[in-house]
Structure formats: structure tokens, C-alpha cells
Write a protein that binds this ligand. Structure first.
Ligand SMILES: [Mg+2]
Length: 198
């Protein structure tokens, strides 16, 4: 007999021995107890979404596309990419989203507690506010879920999707999903790995 339904809960039912069964986040559990209170504690614990961090530049934001555009239209006489990134007042704001990235994040938010975990150039103070505005503009559901740091290894969490190993990504205590490398060549392969199967 089904007792109640919530966002992550498909069913609870009891067999003739009053053993409970439940389905959470598309996983099925046989709960070996006849205590409804223990079962509810179990559901509370298992319903908690895992924490997933996602890098911005080169993962969600096509920064290099905008860098190339600004270099071509350069009226500041930048000496190259690094100088532009360290000084531009617009490049982080005007860069477009990567192909499929926004849709992929919207899908991942159904199953994970998603945060953006990015690094901004220390010398370019504009980059810090531009990243904040970019997230609000393109990912409004991630309200107050932007973390800017040069030490990604200090964050607690389960997964980090990042295209590089720098700024602590390689030392992250959860699993580093190295996107755009052979194991995860695109967003589809990441979704295939992280989204639970029916
Ligand atoms: Mg990156």
C-alpha cells in the first residue's frame, strides 16, 4: 500500500510480513524493518541530493570564443590572450554558453544539489562581478550557488565537473569528472554517467 509521494520518492509499500519497500531517486530499496519511523529516517537520509560542483570557463561558458572575438575587434592593443583575460571589462560577461551545457545542468539539477565552482583572475576585478551576473542571466535557478576560489580542493562534495586539473581540481576529495578528455568527451557522456537509469 502506497503511503505518500514526494519529489524523490516513487513509492513505499509493505509486504504481508510488514517489511517495507521503497523507491527513491529511481533506486529501489528493500528496507528490512517493520518500523515506519526507521523507514522515514532512512528516506530522509537517502533523499538528500549529492553535491555536484561545475566549473564555468570551458565547461559552461565558451570563454575562448569571446576572447577570439575581442582580440579581433581589439581597440585596447592587448598583447595576447592572457593580457586580454587579465584586463577585459567585458569578456567574462559576453561569452556565450557552451553547446548543450545549460540543458545538461537543468537535467542534473533534478538529481544533484548543483553549485558553480569557478576561478576568476585575481588581477581582473571585473571578472568576479561578470561571472556573478553571467550565472544570474543564464542559470537563474543557481541563485546564491556560485563559489569563486583558487582552492577547489577545499570544498566538500561528491562530484566536480571540470575541464582542467588546476586550482585544486585534481586534489578535489570527491570525484573529478574531467570533461572534454577521452573518458568524458562531451556533455552527453557526463549525463550518461551521472543521471540515474530507470
Ligand atoms: Mg575551466
Amino acid at each position: 500500500m502506497a503511503l505518500f509521494l514526494s519529489q524523490n520518492l516513487s513509492y513505499i509499500w509493505a509486504d504481508s510480513d510488514c517489511k517495507f519497500y521503497t523507491s527513491l531517486n529511481l533506486n529501489h530499496y528493500h528496507f528490512e524493518s517493520n518500523s515506519i519511523l526507521l523507514l522515514l529516517e532512512f528516506i530522509k537520509l537517502m533523499s538528500k541530493k549529492k553535491i555536484l560542483y561545475i566549473d564555468l570557463d570551458g565547461v559552461v561558458v565558451d570563454l575562448m570564443l569571446e576572447v577570439e572575438r575581442e582580440l579581433k575587434a581589439d581597440d585596447q592593443n592587448y598583447k595576447g590572450i592572457d593580457e586580454l583575460i587579465d584586463n577585459s571589462e567585458t569578456v567574462f560577461l559576453n561569452a556565450p554558453p557552451m553547446l548543450h551545457a545549460i540543458e545538461a545542468i537543468e537535467e542534473l539539477e533534478k538529481y544533484y544539489d548543483v553549485f558553480i565552482l569557478s576561478t576568476a583572475p585575481w588581477g581582473n576585478i571585473h571578472a568576479w562581478s561578470q561571472k556573478r551576473i553571467w550565472v544570474e542571466r543564464h542559470l537563474p535557478s543557481l541563485y546564491k550557488k556560485l563559489i569563486l576560489t583558487h582552492r577547489k580542493d577545499l570544498l566538500k562534495g561528491d562530484f566536480l565537473i571540470d575541464d582542467r586539473t588546476k586550482n585544486g581540481a585534481a586534489e578535489f576529495s570527491g570525484e573529478h569528472i574531467h570533461i572534454f578528455e577521452p573518458k568524458f568527451p562531451d556533455w552527453d557522456s557526463v549525463l550518461n554517467y551521472l543521471v540515474p537509469k530507470n
